[in-house]
Design a protein around this ligand. Structure first.
Ligand code: BV8
Length: 245
């Protein structure tokens, strides 16, 4: 997580849809990841306990994909970084459910990876976290404690506690504008963020290819591909900064 000072005026939640036009698959679309593998086989602590080699293979393939030169931030990631740079430090917070690193590569600094990061691993024996670009195996020793068998992707699996919820809820309670981009609204607690922000008095905007499962909670919607509608929205905000919408 990259930290930032101050209370954000704008909180932006992103999901897999923002990275689709960069070449990464979403989860729940017809060609999505969960159409090919079952959550119960790769994205729960029970799956890892039962068959760690299979879980490593799933995340190794996705980590390797991030090194593909064809996978780059798209116009939506870049527009969000531009918005942050145009505002005072800490005024914009991006909370992402994505485990890719495309927001960082686009230049976003105030960023919370609530479901973890593909490029980080941690040791279940000693708790140490490490930046990691290679494959992981059941025989990989922890660089901190040297024990094997405990290294796992630093990913929040189903049934595990998301990262940084205290910071997220504090920001949602105080922000003036909440924007959700490219997420189906199917996974909690992120799916509840719009209701939290609205209760705190924020204006709420959904930017997605289609109405999400949470669409009825938003004040305003714009539908279309993220690489088109996000830059258009950012241009509008930057042209009239006092309105925040
Ligand atoms: C927790 C691993 C306790 C990372 C992921 C019953 C009711 C309510 C809740 C639960 C329940 N049973 C269980 C739960 C809790 C559970 C949950 O929500 N389950 C769901 C399935 C019901 N949640 C948890 O277990 C979480 N932990 O609850 O802890 C707690 C917490 C707080 C307070 C008290 C207790 C942990 C969840 C972590 C899950 N980890 N995966 C990985 O391998 O990558 S989730 C997985 O889904 C992804 O990681 C991703 O982060 C997440 C969300 O998916 P999206 O990003 O929304 O992607 P999706 O494909 O669904 O949608 C894409 C959207 O983009 C679509 O709308 C599409 O139209 C759009 N789109 C497509 N192309 C474009 C586009 N939009 C714009 N432009 C485009 N080009």
């Amino acid at each position: 997580m990259t930290s930032s000072p101050g209370t954000p005026e704008i909180v932006i939640l992103t999901g897999a849809g923002i990275s689709r036009e960069s070449g990464l698959h979403t989860f729940r679309d017809a060609d999505g990841i969960w159409a090919k593998v079952r959550i119960e086989d790769v994205a729960t602590p029970e799956a890892f306990a039962r068959d760690p080699a299979r879980v490593h293979a799933f995340y190794n393939a996705r980590r390797r994909q991030l090194h593909d030169p064809g996978i780059q931030p798209n116009a939506a990631h870049l527009a969000l970084a531009r918005l942050e740079q145009a505002r005072p430090p800490g005024a914009v917070l991006v909370i992402t459910q994505n485990v890719d690193d495309l927001h960082e590569r686009a230049g976003t600094r105030s960023l919370l990876h609530m479901h973890g990061e593909l490029r980080r691993v941690r040791c279940e024996h000693c708790g140490a976290r490490h930046l990691w670009t290679d494959d992981l195996a059941t025989t990989t020793p922890c660089p901190a404690c040297a024990r094997t068998g405990g290294m796992r992707p630093d990913i929040v699996w189903f049934g595990e506690m998301p990262v940084g919820l205290e910071q997220a809820y504090a920001a949602l309670a105080r922000c003036r504008l909440f924007v959700s981009i490219g997420t189906s609204g199917a996974v909690y607690p992120a799916a509840n963020f719009v209701a939290e922000a609205r209760e705190g008095g924020a204006h709420t905007l959904e930017l997605n290819l289609e109405p999400s499962a949470q669409a009825s909670h938003f004040h305003e919607h714009r539908h279309g591909p993220a690489a088109t509608i996000v830059p258009a929205w950012v241009e509008q905000i930057l042209a009239s900064p006092s309105q925040n919408r």
